[in-house]
Design a protein around this ligand. Sequence first.
Ligand code: ADP
Ligand code: ZN
Length: 517
Amino acid sequence: MESTLKEYFGFTKFRPYQKEIVENILQGKDCLVVMATGSGKSLCYQVPPLITKKTAIVISPLISLMQDQVMALKQRGIRAEYLSSAQTDRNVHNNAEGGRYDILYMTPEKACMLAASFWSRLLDSGICLLAVDEAHCISEWGHNFRVEYKQLDKLRDVLLSVPFVGLTATATEKVRGDIVKSLKLQVPHVTIGSFDRQNLFYSVKSFDRGTAFLNELVTEISACADKAGSTIIYCTTVKDVEQIFASLKEARIEAGMYHGQMSNKTREDSHRSFIRDEFYVMVATIAFGMGIDKPNIRHVIHYGCPKSLESYYQESGRCGRDGIPSFCKLYYTRSDFAKADFYCSEAHTAAQRKAIMESFAAAQRYCTTTTCRRKFLLEYFGETCSFGSCGTCDNCTNSKTESDMSREAFLLMACIQSCGGNWGLNLPVDVLRGSRSKKILDANFDKLPFHGLGKDMPANWWKALAYQLISNDYLVETFKDLYKTLRVGPKGMQFLNSCNPDYQPPLYLTLTPELLR
Ligand code: ADP
Ligand code: ZN
């Protein structure tokens, strides 16, 4: 195995997990590989065909990605090719069937379209594995669900004794379960590498939309993008992409643009120029995604709260692939949090809608947490952290002061509880601030003992407090259709039960100026 690695790839040793995965595949076992971006997943399916002299089938979602990989493999003397619905070259088909490729890439649509006779001939020639790259696309819980992936289970019945390998860089427990089930993996060998990208520094800031902030952002970008490394700015809308692009242009900073409304050709040109360092800044929507294997991206800036932590982890993870310290910055405005229905338009079923809402709520909690961001991310992906603070995120490096908010927390939680625990955040805050809106009068909430007791503090302050109570598990968000409701969770109930109007046990929280904007 080591000599194959050296001969074809020029590497002297395997990275963590690679060897054990290859060994399991060689023994004919199904595998689930969950490893961070840049950890070397591809090698796990590229080595077995070179050892067994049988073809490896690789299912991959994007043609551009396959083209890149095929080209790189060919340069290494590996016989690689790809099949897509557009690819009708008879020769390629014949060679594929005849087992004359080491690695045969195909799109999921193509894989499901191929005739049974194709598979049986190829089986006769020898198949050493079937790998499904970006396997999270199979799950409705994933951030990138693709219907075509759902049909891959058909292949299991055709390729009975071929080891199946699902690979992904992002998978929560739910998604992992879905991959195993949908690909019908049989007692798979599961590898879960750490998600910790130690060379990345995480930070989050809130901002107010307007030219002042745009100018600030442009100054920041001009400071960080140069020959030493590139920057990607991810926006949530095409409009934002165009606006930032225009601002950069005005400041004479050379940049590229990438979004779904551009023609394929302009998009590809833009992608290529970025990869070739013809400019150092790319302003894009998340359509600029899979297959950006550029080692020297130094900054990934998100302009607007991302739709999920899965996508945030993957997008921000595109920086620092070369291991050099790099920066993941996120800017959000409070109004971003009201965008759930924008993201829900992608949903087809109630379950998908709920999944989207929950993922989005987690991204919001990441924005507003005042504890270690790395720990927050890692725990979200199911890792247990041995550290309390990482020292390489804004919350760990900024000095901040906690203060006792027991009375205010008591008021807010008791008010939410008294209102029945099935409203969003606005209503209980309005009750505390003494509003006499029709909704409040109709529900008799003006008669509650808490009505008006919080009028000294602005609504934003109460909301910031609520976000802290959410990220510390006192309050719990739940989702009904498109609505997010807030109730007091078990930890909050425990606190409330130990309170009375004259005494509240200490509860220390941090409300940073950021949160109060
Ligand atoms: P992933 O698919 O997990 O994001 P890749 O397979 O693209 O990661 O690998 C990331 C980089 O690491 C590639 O440039 C690859 O050549 C390199 N790499 C993979 N395995 C090894 C190894 N054993 N030794 C040195 N470099 C490796
Ligand atoms: Zn930290």
